[in-house]
Design a protein around this ligand. Structure first.
Ligand code: MRU
Length: 369
């Protein structure tokens, strides 16, 4: 669990080898393995197979993927650049950060002479990574008062429930949902985190728990179905989750099971916050249920569980071998169940007007709100 020399980011460029390197998140928490992404195919496979995952990190990885395309092709021409960008953009469907970062890279590079594209791509990918890290730092700053307010009203720790992994592994640094938690802990507030295990791939049990343990934050891993019970017994003060795509009207796509947490939170009067950088808003959409594509993944991710036994990684079958399984990776929580958004610009309510007031420059008239 505790490794020496954990990289400070889940992705980086190594100038000596000119390689893009990532932490292989499939191996955590039991093994810390670094992987080179040296071809566009390798970048796409890393996103599809969830070597890297989490909306902001998928976007940053795809940006570096565009750099890899430029490096591999020499002086890449417009057609090839467009083709490689389209392939990267299609790697996963739900997190809008992927399309957002690839489109940003493409727009800049098409306006750059081919012989300068490689250097420009590397510089812009690094800028996007730094911006996402800074966005998360600001999300932490803006979310801190929400935790401070709870702490001021009670004895004992502030109990935060989170789902999936919206930590630094998903976001370059700090995380989105975890940034206010880290800020609160730094401010001396006692915080305890309920970590949903997040079946089928257990991003909560494997990744969020590992991150919190590394930073000495008190936490307890719970089954995905435990949150409602905890809320009924006043054991959750607030829920903070991340998101893969949020509409201009405030509908939130996030890891499957988030919607059920929002329903339980509403039934029990528990505030339900969504932390996100502006790159995760889809300014063109106004109806999350109808318009956000929900990824369906390999049913074997549900049928088998991956774990660690006797010093090695093992994969075991749970249901009867002949039972089919369904693997819906995300769900949509309607805006009416969301208390507010914690963004790099501040906290706002989950209404089209509140979102537009915070981001008047990003709002697209095409969104019918
Ligand atoms: O399938 P994943 O692991 O990529 O899903 C990740 C999530 O659902 C996260 O909650 C979301 O990307 C927010 S990350 C800041």
């Amino acid at each position: 669990m505790a490794f020496q020399d954990v990289p400070s980011r889940p992705i980086w460029f190594d100038p000596a080898s000119e390689a893009v390197q990532v932490i292989d998140q499939r191996r955590l928490p039991h093994q810390l393995v670094v992987m080179d992404l040296s071809t566009v195919d390798a970048v796409i496979e890393a996103i599809v197979e969830m070597v890297v995952r989490g909306a902001p990190l998928i976007g940053v990885t795809a940006a570096y993927g565009v750099y890899v395309a430029c490096r591999t092709a020499g002086h890449i021409d417009d057609d090839r650049l467009r083709h490689e960008c389209a392939r990267l953009r299609a790697a996963r469907p739900t997190a809008v950060n992927l399309a957002w970062s690839v489109d940003r890279m493409l727009k800049t590079l098409l306006a750059t002479p081919p012989r300068q594209r490689r250097a420009a791509a590397l510089a812009l990918a690094a800028t996007i990574a730094d911006e996402e890290a800074d966005n998360c730092r600001r999300i932490g700053r803006h979310g801190l008062p929400l935790i401070e307010t709870v702490a001021a009203k009670k004895d004992g720790p502030v109990n935060v429930l989170t789902h999936c992994n919206a930590g630094w592994l998903a976001c370059v640094e700090y995380g989105t949902a975890t940034a206010p938690i880290y800020a609160a802990v730094e401010a001396g507030i006692e915080v305890h985190v309920w970590v949903d295990e997040t079946r089928p791939l257990n991003q909560g049990a494997r990744l969020t728990a590992w991150e919190l343990a590394q930073r000495g934050v008190a936490h307890t891993v719970i089954t995905d179905n435990a949150g409602g019970h905890l809320m009924q017994h006043a054991m959750v003060d607030l829920v903070i989750v991340g998101t893969d795509r949020t509409t201009a009207t405030g509908d939130v796509a996030n890891k499957i099971g988030t919607y059920l947490k929002a329903l339980a939170a509403r039934d029990n009067g528990v505030p339900f916050y969504v932390a996100l950088p502006s790159s995760t808003f889809d300014w063109c959409l106004d109806d999350g249920l109808a318009q956000i594509p929900i990824e369906a993944r390999d049913p074997d991710e549900v049928r088998y569980v991956q774990g660690w036994a006797d010093g090695r990684s093992v994969r075991v079958l749970v249901p009867p071998a002949q039972s089919p399984a369904g693997n819906y990776a995300f769900d949509v929580t309607p805006a009416r169940l969301v208390t507010g958004f914690i963004t790099e610009r501040g906290v706002c309510g989950a209404s089209p007007e509140a979102i537009r007031n915070l981001f008047p420059d990003r709002h697209r008239p095409s969104a019918q709100i």
